[in-house]
Design a protein around this ligand. Structure first.
Ligand SMILES: [Zn+2]
Length: 59
């Protein structure tokens, strides 16, 4: 580990806009871009809004 920067890269949660470290963020890929979430709650909320599947195929 040679990285010495103290501030990790931050991303904003797509739903609640909370900033979280990139390494801790949940991530989802759409056709055009990648979205990040502070946690599973926001991730699921986003999934509901976007309805990629019918929601019965969670894992
Ligand atoms: Zn969030």
């Amino acid at each position: 580990m040679t990285e010495q920067r103290k501030t990790p890269e931050q991303v904003a949660c797509e739903i609640c806009l909370t900033e979280v470290p990139l390494g801790d963020a949940h991530k989802a890929e759409t056709d055009d871009y990648i979205v990040y979430f502070c946690g599973l709650e926001c991730y699921r909320q986003w999934q509901k809004q976007h309805r990629q599947d019918d929601g019965s195929n969670q894992h």
